[in-house]
Design a protein around this ligand. Structure first.
Ligand SMILES: Cc1cc2nc3c(=O)[nH]c(=O)nc-3n(C[C@H](O)[C@H](O)[C@H](O)COP(=O)(O)OP(=O)(O)OC[C@H]3O[C@@H](n4cnc5c(N)ncnc54)[C@H](O)[C@@H]3O)c2cc1C
Ligand SMILES: NC(=O)c1ccc[n+]([C@@H]2O[C@H](COP(=O)([O-])OP(=O)(O)OC[C@H]3O[C@@H](n4cnc5c(N)ncnc54)[C@H](OP(=O)(O)O)[C@@H]3O)[C@@H](O)[C@H]2O)c1
Length: 538
């Protein structure tokens, strides 16, 4: 495999300076970096720095390095992330409060969003979709350390935000453009336990363009039946005027109806007394007096405190704005000019008597109609792109909806007649029901465009077979592809799958590349650094 060798680092320190060889090497590297003589400075972890220079406090050293973020792992719970960031500057602790997915849904990555809040360039504390209420609460607590905390939920004026974001039309969440919904087609066969849709949108007149690897952000609308149930629970007139619109219109596409925000419980606490008031105060403070806090969406919160009659305007103000959702684009513009396709798993689950609906996925799966306009924007991929050299081999690991960007990659490599071999790992529950894009993949396999297709069905037999199990079985061949310079891509579930895949990859490098576990982990880290191991996980 080809890892570019690093240039030797010049020596800045006299031979008799009182440092160990390790300390000397690191300090020389640091000084070389500072003087711009090399880009070979590898940031130390806080622990490494403490070991090398015990005279400096871990926090002081870590504070200097913005690169070192040991909490930057989406699988760590918030409490652990905050512990790892203890004693660090505010922007680091704010970063630790984010969900660590770098998903871009907030319009930034985790590091830049927290830096913008800490620098008072961003006042909205509720933009982290995967972090949800937990992140918003922690950010709100941390923002009290800012000299003048920003008003909760308030956006800075557009001109002030423009410095940080500068959105062009259709290029960012703050400046969406209308696109047209065309069609949807279910990807699972009847009898599947999943409900995943291939969705086509027309972008021809929208001014949008994209490259494979990009995602599409879109603004959904709430389920009208849920909106009507909320209005009934409020006992308010649906046409109550709010800012030039009706209450019903605002509830349809202006605010989130799940989960119930702290502000709503605060409002409820003003309208109730006695034990009910105490409960609402506790819920507003993030406590869980009845053990049901996690299930309280806006309707369930209203039903928990029946009979309250908030002013509809105050009620709407207590809710969070409806956030856009992001989907990996599953088409190449070269094969589908003027169109974009998505691969969307519909989120539906039952809590008690009521079916809960994921707002955007069910909007796309069942509510939006052909010809409807949807506000959308392209979220450019960061470090998720095909290799510049079309001859490079690629290995794509995408179970479930994780297949989306790889369908796009395969279409693109076919359109440009890229000579590099393509290997896809796809997995899902059952081969008879959940083989997405089966005909297309089989045709590509037959034509030779898809060099290799490895499948993992988790519920076909008594044993769970996941993509990382298959990777281990094929470790020797995977290593051979890596040695030939393959780029590796992972897409799909961030919490479990992506971690298991990385573990498998490290073990494969250790076994077939004949390295220690530490060296194998370093090797994989190096692949990441060189953009040869890229992830689009959520
Ligand atoms: C970069 C990126 C790319 C993405 N690409 C895709 C893609 O290609 N395809 C795709 O389908 N999704 C993709 N997603 C995920 C997508 O953005 C949405 O998060 C997803 O569709 C759910 O959104 P929703 O509005 O339907 O659900 P929401 O209204 O946001 O509801 C989801 C929430 O419901 C709760 N929930 C869900 N299931 C259960 C359950 N069983 N029990 C209890 N609570 C539950 C959880 O709190 C969950 O966070 C991607 C995300 C990112 C960041
Ligand atoms: N909150 C959660 O716990 C959770 C879990 C998964 C997905 N999701 C979300 O659900 C949405 C859609 O998911 P999806 O339709 O793409 O499918 P998915 O639920 O991710 O499942 C795809 C396949 O991956 C398997 N799988 C489960 N754990 C795995 C692991 N550790 N390593 C490798 N494969 C594993 C599943 O098996 P089994 O189903 O048989 O286990 C299934 O065969 C995404 O937004 C995803 O983030 C959430």
């Amino acid at each position: 495999m080809s890892v570019t060798p690093r240039p030797p680092i010049p020596s800045f320190l006299p031979e008799n300076a009182p440092f160990s060889p390790e300390q000397r090497a690191w300090l020389n590297g640091l000084l070389a970096g500072l003087y711009g003589l090399t880009d070979a400075v590898t940031p130390l972890s806080a622990e490494e720095a403490a070991r090398l220079m015990p005279g400096l406090s871990v926090a002081a050293q870590a504070a200097e390095s913005d690169e070192d973020a040991p909490w930057h792992d989406p699988a760590l719970p918030l409490a652990e992330r905050m512990k790892l960031a203890e004693g660090r500057p505010l922007r680091h602790r704010m970063m630790a409060a984010m969900a660590q997915q770098d998903c871009g849904q907030c319009g930034y990555n985790c590091r830049d969003y927290s830096a913008a809040i800490a620098a008072r360039k961003e006042a909205r504390l509720n933009l982290c979709v995967p972090g949800g209420k937990e992140t918003a609460r922690m950010l709100s607590r941390l923002s009290q350390e800012l000299e003048t905390p920003p008003a909760a939920g308030a956006a800075l004026p557009a001109e002030a935000r423009a410095v940080a974001v500068a959105p062009a039309p259709g290029r960012a969440r703050d400046n969406p453009v209308p696109v047209t919904f065309l069609t949807r087609r279910r990807l699972n066969k009847e009898g599947s336990l999943k409900e995943t849709w291939h969705v086509e949108l027309d972008i021809a007149d929208s001014g949008l363009d994209y490259v494979v690897g990009d995602s599409l952000g879109l603004y959904p609308a709430n389920d009208p039946a849920l909106v009507d149930a909320v209005i009934a629970a409020l006992a308010a007139p649906p046409d109550f005027p709010i800012g030039g619109r009706t209450l019903r219109e605002v509830l349809i596409d202006g605010v989130s109806l799940a989960p119930a925000p702290d502000m709503l419980f605060r409002l409820i606490s003003y309208l109730t007394g006695g034990e009910r008031r105490q409960k609402a105060i506790k819920l507003a403070a993030g406590q869980d007096p009845d053990g049901d806090a996690a299930t309280l969406d806006v309707l369930a919160a209203l039903q928990k405190f029946p009979g309250i009659r908030p002013d509809p305007e105050a009620f709407v103000e207590s809710l969070d704005p409806l956030q856009p959702r992001v989907y990996s684009i599953s088409s190449s513009p070269k094969c589908n000019p003027g169109r974009v396709s998505l691969t969307v798993d519909a989120v539906r689950y039952r809590v008690g008597e009521r079916m809960r609906l994921g707002v955007a996925s069910t909007f796309l799966a069942s509510r939006v109609r052909p010809g409807d306009r949807i506000r959308a924007y392209v979220q450019k991929a960061q470090h998720f792109a095909l290799p510049a050299d079309p001859a490079r081999p690629i290995i794509m690991i995408g179970p479930g909806t994780g297949i989306a960007p790889f369908r796009a990659f395969l279409q693109e490599r076919m359109a440009v007649e890229a000579p590099g071999p393509n290997w896809l790992y796809f997995g899902h529950q059952r081969s008879d029901f959940d083989f997405f894009y089966e005909d297309e993949l089989k045709a590509m396999r037959k034509s030779g465009h898809l060099t290799r297709l490895t499948l993992a069905w988790s519920r076909d037999g008594s044993e769970k077979i996941y993509v990382h199990h298959r990777m281990r079985e094929e470790g020797r061949d995977l290593w051979a592809w890596i040695e030939r310079g393959a780029h590796i891509y992972v897409c799909g579930d961030a919490l479990r799958m992506a971690k298991d895949v990385e573990r498998a990859l490290i073990d494969i490098v250790a076994e077939h590349g004949k390295r220690s576990q530490e060296d194998a982990a370093r090797f994989v880290a190096e692949l990441k650094k060189n953009d040869r191991y890229q992830m689009d996980v959520y």
